[in-house]
Write a new protein. Structure first.
Length: 356
């Protein structure tokens, strides 16, 4: 099963990808892409999927493009599930693909875009979220002909990149909607768990500096940590109310994830967050921004009070916290569009009025 996001939804009971939502897919190769580290790739491949067509106003500005960014370890295809596409992309729905030009890219190191497991292994450039945002900007402007976005939204890592988009290209979009994220440096428990994942792989002798023939056992340890990271205590107690059920839950998770996990890819994906910190530049964001988190998110726990403190620095920022319920799924609530679609509708209405 393709993961919805490596940080949460591998354990979410969701319908398979809906065959009614079949996008147009393609690749764009950026020549001699230079990373912030100073490293470069002669050919950086960016894979993407799209729905609809771009529409332009009298000035030639694209007015209906929506960029949706995936989470760590995921890909653009994670949004083709009924819980997301089935709620948003259908006829008459908020992001009706007959009205909007929807763009679902795979980030660097993810999906079908260039990644370490393609052959470079640990010699692959050490990318960051800034590199990923800049590469997607080039995909939009150089290849897809998009010179403006109606909306940038993202889940988890994609939510963090949404903050980066707002700061780096402040006039490029009408609205921003980061889900399941915080606009500060990754620290505390979040960073500790990420470091555990990195160390589980790097300190395993079988990793061999990235030149392993078979996946190192440290990957299993990393998956255990990842499982805890995206946990949803209330839901998991219901799904695994006995010792045997809980043991089976863990075994099923690892057995399902292991065949599709590459140690180098995973290492790079989690290391990419190392310099993330939009906090110093939040005042640069000028587009209306709606941040949505859920109260049972163990990665971005609301008791830290970080979002309440920082959202006031965003000129037109607003924050919504979804209360814990039988419908929420911890961090994975970010992909359950039914739980936050009314807030998205409000954001689209308010920013449509601003565009007039």
């Amino acid at each position: 099963m393709t993961p919805i996001t490596a940080l949460a939804l591998a354990l979410l009971s969701a319908a398979p990808q809906n065959p009614a939502f079949t996008p147009v897919e393609g690749d764009y190769v950026i020549k001699d892409f230079r990373f912030a580290s100073g490293e470069s790739l002669p050919d950086l491949r960016l894979h993407y999927a799209t729905f609809g067509r771009p529409e332009r106003d009298a000035r030639g500005v694209v007015k209906n493009a929506v960029l949706i960014l995936h989470g760590t370890g995921g890909s653009g295809r994670q949004f083709l599930r009924d819980v997301f596409a089935g709620v948003l992309f259908g006829p008459g729905q908020l992001l009706d693909s007959a009205r909007y030009y929807i763009i679902l890219p795979d980030g660097i190191g993810h999906g079908r875009s260039s990644k370490p497991s393609d052959g470079l292994h640990a010699r692959f450039p050490h990318y960051t979220y800034d590199d990923m945002v800049r590469a997607h900007y080039r995909l939009l402007t150089e290849h897809l002909g998009v010179n403006h976005l109606r909306l940038v939204m993202g889940t988890s890592m994609g939510g963090m990149q949404t903050w980066v988009w707002g700061e780096t290209y402040p006039d490029f979009m009408d609205a921003l909607m980061p889900l399941a994220s915080l606009p500060v440096e990754i620290a505390g428990r979040n960073r500790m768990l990420r470091k555990m994942i990195l160390d589980a792989i790097r300190t395993d002798p079988a990793w061999q500096g990235g030149e392993y023939a078979t996946e190192p056992p440290g990957v299993v340890t990393a998956l255990y940590i990842l499982m805890i990271m995206g946990s949803a205590p209330l839901e998991w107690q219901k799904e695994a109310p006995t010792r045997l059920a809980a043991d089976s839950f863990v075994e099923t998770y690892v057995r399902g994830r292991l065949p599709q996990t590459d140690a180098n890819d995973m290492l790079y994906q989690f290391d990419a967050s190392r310099f993330y910190n939009p906090a110093p530049n939040l005042e640069r964001i000028v587009a209306p921004l709606l941040a949505i988190n859920s109260a049972d998110d163990q990665i971005n726990p609301p008791e830290l009070g970080i979002m309440e403190r920082e959202i006031g620095r965003v000129k037109r920022g607003r924050y919504v916290l979804i209360a814990i319920s039988d419908r929420t799924r911890g961090h994975g609530t970010h992909t359950l569009a039914a739980l936050w679609k009314e807030e998205l509708a409000r954001l689209l209405r308010e920013t449509e009025a601003l565009r007039q």
